[in-house]
Design a protein around this ligand. Sequence first.
Ligand SMILES: [Zn+2]
Length: 491
Amino acid sequence: MKVAIAALLQETNTFSPQATVRGHFLMTPGHELIESHKTENSEIHGFVDALTEAGAQIMPILGGWAVSYGRIRAGDFQSLLDDLMEGIRKAGPLDGLLLALHGAWAGEGIDSCDGAILRELRALLGPSVPIVATLDLHANLTRTMWENADALVGYQTCPHVDLYDTGRRGADLMVSLLRREVRPTMHAVKIPMVVQAENMLTDRGEFRRIYDHVRSLEGQGTTISASVFAVQPWMDVEELGWASLVVTNDDPDRARSQADELARFIWSVRKSFVISLPSVDEALEEAMSIPGGPVVLGEGADGTMGGAPGDGTSILAGILKKRIDAPVAAVVVDPGAVEKAVRAGVGKPVTLRVGGKLDPDYATPVRVTGKVKLISDGEFRYKGRVYTGRLVRMGRAVVLAIGRIRLLISERPVPTTDPELYRSHGIEPRDMKLVLVKSPLGMRTEYEPIARSIIIVNSPGCCSPDLTSLPFVRMPRPMFPFDEFDYSPPE
Ligand SMILES: [Zn+2]
């Protein structure tokens, strides 16, 4: 049993002002892939453990992961695809291919990079070599994807703590397929809806009911795997929308009826995801009325995991304008400001105009004067349950002390959901009154245990919770919540 494994993941925000380029990807060559994932909560780690237990020969091809930006440049996508194809060619004859993809990756002239990858690999390997891919729960499932894979398996948690488990589920399916214990039959249904990200939490509300139901289907009768893909909403593509997908063992009728049933249930609860959020002023007033701390302020519209540049200044400007006198941890992306602070040196005073340069439609620079507290290489590793162990590189970073505010300025956007972002730079979130994170929900896993309260703020940005404020043109219509219409998933 010779199985190739590879990972290539990015979630694209087509409204982002910055194109994705190859240099944004943290790449791991094949010969380092297994070792480098041994301590990570990742699909690759799950693949490796399940395949090893099954006695399979593992052919590691490559791994790549990038923070969200806009559509990837066409040539850069092609070069990543070429490397993947070349690696698989060199691996020689294969019995199967296991891939970790995101599912919401778009490029210049390509609405579904994940679909393009699966189509090319299918053409290379032919119909008889099984391909199983894992996908993020925020994938935008496309026809090319399900037509060119034997099975697709999605995460079942948000925030995503089940990357390893999803990898194992995909690999277990591959092993039983290669042992001819199962013959996967798959059915997918697209649902004409997108929803705000803020309520996509699998430990509460309707989202929990959906994923509890998805999990309950697995292993029942002929059902091998069930997935719901609640697409991230900042994607203007032709096949936009949620999807349900069920994989059964040689039972296409059951795959169809269960995927249809999931689609009907999801459509029936769509309105429960609509929320209204406080403005910056309202959020700051509420935060300061709460005794103690920390109060986490989620600047979701500038969400770095959703493709925003991370240089939004709405909340920081609000704190400065209100002259809030309390310990605050804040973060902003600004390579020019980092350069000036580095040149000034530790302990020196600087005046900077920070942020608001990468996406001038939504943010303006803020003038701050403070002391350079710390200069770093901007590297840290996740310590929490999400992406445990993953290395993060934000370029050079500086901490500026502005009164009681500690402003972490980085050269590049990185996920801000793990307190380790601040801790690795000498800032303890527990000691703060206010902690800013650039995320609509991903911070909850690590911050709910330590935060007095979490307030998600409605501010401008290309990850705006106000979806109707974004310039969609390619998505299919009608689409909830943009249009009033009736939709009946197939009976
Ligand atoms: Zn996701």
